[in-house]
Design a binder for this molecule. Structure first.
Ligand SMILES: O=C(O)CCC(=O)C(=O)O
Length: 96
């Protein structure tokens, strides 16, 4: 679970490419509370970006080579005063 108390809380650019998740992990993510921007940017061309507002009840599924080709982030949004949390679902494999 990720908990964002308000728009000052954020998560910086990263991938979920941990070895324990396997080669091309499928990651599900459900959002609750405040609407926040979710950003994706290509690793080989940081200028190519996608930004989506994730509102209460939004489900995101990332799969395929997403974690090898794209980074994601939830940036600061100082105007957001409400909390948001999100639950992510991922399978941890045994072959580390
Ligand atoms: O809060 C989100 O939507 C992103 C969470 C995230 O990037 C992560 O758990 O790796």
């Amino acid at each position: 679970m990720n908990w964002y108390r308000d728009g000052q809380d954020y998560i910086n650019w990263h991938t979920d490419a941990e070895k324990s998740l396997g080669k091309n992990p499928i990651i599900g993510s459900v959002n609750f509370g405040a609407t926040r921007k979710f950003q994706l940017r290509r690793i080989d061309d940081n200028n190519e970006k996608i930004e989506m507002p994730f509102s209460h009840g939004t489900l995101l599924v990332m799969g395929g080579e997403t974690q090898h080709r794209w980074q994601h982030s939830v940036p600061k949004e100082s105007k957001v005063k409400q909390a948001r949390f999100n639950l992510t679902f991922r399978v941890i494999t045994s072959d580390l």
